[in-house]
Write a protein that binds this ligand. Structure first.
Ligand SMILES: [Zn+2]
Ligand SMILES: [Zn+2]
Ligand SMILES: [Zn+2]
Ligand SMILES: [Zn+2]
Length: 341
């Protein structure tokens, strides 16, 4: 499976926001999520940071339908994260949230035909928070015309302009959400142009050696080896994994995403590999689908000195059976791998 797989790369590009709304099935970074299913949206409680209990912010979505699967005629995977750097832990799935939505060609929201430049936004969806774009079960108690996911976002909207516009008859579209949302980009997907130089490169061999050294089989075989020796070997191969990572992305250093459903992620370190991926709630195993690269940090405005969000790579795993739950969103799994220290 992994051997013959080819990788698609994602690059960010500034674009007209109109192109990124849901009826065009975009892949995108930042801004508000362009939901696929427009009802049964995840509740704000399902998008809370498990550390600080605040609402997580939309990071990106990848539109990735699956051929030969009628229930995946449309299919999008969404990633959210908590913006508080204190909630981020090394090599963890906290505080990230991954969600999958898929729809058949005949569905409750979109025409079975491809969208045109004048296709309107479907209007039969759930109410959305005007600040962050997730579902908004709360509303302004005075004018009842603005929806919010949480009290926090209602306060932000009030301070940022709704205070002046509440009770006015005109529609209020003034909210400045830049302090909450990441900068918005289109995510362009292209083939990776990369030729394997040989059957198995040195780094790959080293990586294999390293996994072997970590295995139980190795520890019984290598009982004569001192633990110091094992440590040395493993540090060496650790560098090689990182070198392989660097070498591979040097072909297209601007890549922010690598898509290879059913393949293997390109890891940044041989430490803390994502090897305990929980099964989907349907019982099927999850498989690797895509990874978010560190280059994306440069575009989000968070890559600054001091306390900041950081990652080596974010690996997203989704149900291998691609289980279908109608208009509902299905929780998937994200593993953050950091560089080894
Ligand atoms: Zn948090
Ligand atoms: Zn909100
Ligand atoms: Zn109001
Ligand atoms: Zn499943």
């Amino acid at each position: 499976m992994a051997e013959n797989s080819h990788v698609d790369l994602g690059f960010v590009e500034k674009t007209d926001t109109g192109k990124l709304s849901c009826q065009y099935f975009p892949s995108k970074v930042g801004g508000k999520p362009a939901w696929l299913s427009l009802s049964s949206l995840p509740s704000p409680n399902q998008i809370l940071c498990s550390k600080c209990n605040n609402i997580c912010v939309f990071l990106l979505q990848v539109y990735a339908p699956i051929e030969d699967d009628d229930n995946s005629f449309h299919r999008t995977v969404f990633v959210f994260l908590c913006k508080n750097p204190n909630c981020h832990q090394p090599n963890s799935s906290v505080p990230f949230i991954a969600l999958r939505s898929q729809l058949p060609r005949i569905n409750d929201f979109y025409s079975p035909d491809p969208p045109t430049p004048v296709t309107p936004v479907p209007d039969n969806g759930d109410k959305l928070c005007v600040v962050c774009g997730i579902s908004g079960p709360k509303c302004c108690s005075k004018c009842h015309s603005r929806s919010y996911c949480s009290k926090e976002h209602q306060i932000i909207d009030w301070k940022k302009g709704h205070k002046l516009n509440c009770n006015e008859c005109k529609e209020d579209k003034t909210t400045n959400t830049s302090q909450v949302l990441f900068q918005e980009y289109e995510l362009l997907i292209e083939d990776e142009e990369f030729q394997k130089e040989e059957e198995k490169s040195e780094p790959e061999k080293k990586e294999e050696l390293h996994s072997f050294l970590k295995s139980e089989k190795a520890s019984s075989l290598l009982q004569d080896c001192s633990s110091e020796e094992l440590e040395k070997m493993s540090n060496q191969s650790e560098d090689k994994v990182f070198l392989k990572f660097r070498k591979r992305i040097d072909h297209a250093p601007e890549q922010v995403l690598r898509y290879d459903r059913g393949g293997c992620p390109l890891l940044v370190s041989s430490d803390n590999k994502p090897d305990k991926i929980p099964n989907c709630t349907c019982g099927a195993q999850r498989q690797f689908e895509f990874q978010v690269m560190p280059q994306l940090l440069c575009h989000l405005g968070v890559d600054q000195v001091g306390d900041s969000i950081d990652w080596g790579t974010l690996c997203v795993y989704t149900c291998s059976a691609n289980c279908y739950h109608g208009n509902q969103y299905q929780q998937e799994y994200l593993w953050k791998q950091d560089y080894s220290k």
